[in-house]
Design a protein around this ligand. Structure first.
Ligand SMILES: N[C@@H](CCC(=O)N[C@@H](CS)C(=O)NCC(=O)O)C(=O)O
Length: 283
């Protein structure tokens, strides 16, 4: 594994530092950029880490610029890592044509279908390669929590469900809860994983809850004025039903009037950060 990092920028924020790095990814066979926020406490000691997985069309920058998480992360002494949402710099056929597939839309799975299977291994990237790289380069104490939005909210759920014991806590904003059963997920999974829907089960949070259960309680915020929720892309009710069947504790908060945007995320991010800080501290 190449473990060299090239610093792109360092910006002081709430006493800590927001840094962007470029590195070579062996999992994705391309250069990648990620952003990490290091709270002031990281100057003196190792700190816990919150993973943030972003949604369709995002890069490492959306969350750091729009969620307003740095003030509370600084106060709580939590680092935040924002990976990108797909391989970059590749030119696969049709890769940049749609906002919900290809670049900006890696869905945090390991693609098995050609030509996506050479680069689109975002699951390996966020659960194996990047954690090892971060451990080498940053003052982290080995404790990690995970959260995300939409495609990334689902990414956070599947990373937690597939890796018991890895994260102290998991939460999601407007996750695509049941990708096997919604237009976004059906299109992406067909492209990345093929037509056989039995192969999709290990990448669908509702199926994973039913087949594996969960060692963690799940926490989800969903705006009821979210157009993607209203269009049937997100399906929190399916996650609710799966959790009920598998007796997995789920806190699903329907937030009246909120849409799918970062204004919604910014409204509740403090609550999620404090939730994760509580679990990271007591782990
Ligand atoms: N571009 C799409 C919407 C994509 C979208 O809403 N992406 C969400 C995640 S699913 C997002 O975070 N966008 C970037 C941003 O708001 O900064 C559209 O026009 O319908």
């Amino acid at each position: 594994m190449s473990d060299e990092l090239e610093l792109i920028s360092a910006t002081k924020s709430f006493g800590g530092w927001l840094k962007r790095y470029k590195h070579r990814s062996d999992a994705l066979h391309c250069d990648m950029i990620f952003a990490i926020y290091l709270p002031p406490a990281a100057e003196e000691k190792s700190v816990p880490l919150l993973w943030w997985l972003s949604g369709l069309t995002c890069t490492d920058e959306n969350f750091m610029q729009k969620a307003g998480a740095q003030r509370i992360a600084a106060e709580l002494g939590i680092a935040i890592i924002c990976p990108d949402t797909s391989p970059r710099g590749t030119e696969l056929p049709g890769e940049h044509e749609r906002y919900d597939f290809g670049s900006g839309a890696g869905f945090y799975v390991n693609a098995t279908e050609s030509p996506w299977n050479r680069h689109y291994h975002m699951y390996d990237y966020v659960t194996e390669e990047l954690p090892a790289l971060l451990e080498t380069h940053f003052p982290l104490n080995g404790k990690a929590a995970i959260s995300g939005h939409s495609m990334g909210g689902h990414g956070a759920l599947i990373c937690a469900l597939k890796n018991p014991g890895r994260y102290t806590s998991v939460s999601a904003f407007a996750p695509i809860c049941n990708p096997s059963q919604c237009p976004w997920g059906e299109f992406a999974f067909t492209g990345y994983l093929g037509k056989d829907k039995t192969d999709w089960r290990e990448w669908d949070a509702c199926e994973l809850v039913k087949s594996h259960g969960s060692d963690l309680a799940l926490m989800v915020d969903q705006g009821d004025a979210d157009n993607f929720y209203q269009d049937g892309q997100l399906k929190p009710e399916a996650l609710q039903a799966a959790c009920k069947e598998a007796e997995v504790p789920l806190t699903l908060r329907m937030q009246p009037g909120y849409d799918h945007s970062y204004f919604f995320i910014a409204s509740f991010i403090d609550n999620h950060l404090r939730y994760h800080a509580h679990h990271l501290r007591s782990a």
